[in-house]
Design a binder for this molecule. Sequence first.
Ligand code: COA
Length: 281
Amino acid sequence: MRRIGEDGEILNLQKTLSNNPDAEGFLSHGPATGGTSLIDRDRVAVWWLPLERVGEADWPSLEALLSAEERTRAERFHFERDRKVYIAAHAACRGLLTYCLAEPADSWRFSVEDHGKPELICPEGGPRFRVNISHTRDFAAAALTQDHDIGIDVEWLQRSAETEGLARRMFAESECRQVVEASDAEKLDIFLGFWTLKEAYVKAIGKGLSQPLDAFSFDLNAASISFRDSSADDPDCWFFERCRPGPEHLMALAVRHPDKTRLTVDTRQAPLDYLLDLARA
Ligand SMILES: CC(C)(COP(=O)(O)OP(=O)(O)OC[C@H]1O[C@@H](n2cnc3c(N)ncnc32)[C@H](O)[C@@H]1OP(=O)(O)O)[C@@H](O)C(=O)NCCC(=O)NCCS
């Protein structure tokens, strides 16, 4: 399996990829043009966007990438912070789609599935592209692949979560034990490590929080899953990746893939200049 931005390289990830547009990775070769696609069944692209990178003057351009419906939704947020992160996530998502698939950013349409998962509407008979987004305080991310279920989750590390109570109520026993036994310094990291992986998985299967979170559990070091009922799902079909894309955020990705050894994941900071150019085009 080739991974761009492996767990062990997490802290280097920002340095190698975000500060170096020529860093290795299939997205480094520039946006797709003329009917080409950078995404296939074995490729996953992930963009993250920290809000601190976006200047005040950039927001109207990012907002211009959204659909009319998304812009209306953005206007309804009470807090500016929530409005901005919503815009950032949806602009990153549309920008990623356009970068990889070479169609205009406002051309993408979504359906909403039973538990609220938005799915890209793709022309019949063509490849089925799959995308998922996540936003948390000051940070947004989008993940894209072809055919396979995909889910992404980002969380803010400084949030004052009631970790032990939530773990007792929602996590599997082994996960709960690790949270309870962790030192105060590690507790939030471990809790959010499990939380991001769990959310990425429930988002990938599209069930969201209607899926009981104690029906499956993770090994944090291996980033592998197991199911309480072994017939519920196949752990070998799941690829997970965790990273810390910045000092205050954790991110997890879940992809269902029949042969993980073929999977290439290109994870990088969203190219803000590209997004702004797209809005001006
Ligand atoms: C999906 C869910 C896990 C998201 O968790 P979260 O940490 O609060 O939010 P994130 O920022 O990570 O993700 C939000 C994005 O995930 C996507 N999403 C929404 N529901 C989803 C689902 N069931 N599966 C996958 N992705 C989903 C959306 O794009 C959403 O962003 P948007 O609202 O700006 O369009 C949680 O909100 C949930 O379970 N909701 C279920 C709601 C539900 O069952 N509604 C019934 C509708 S009929």
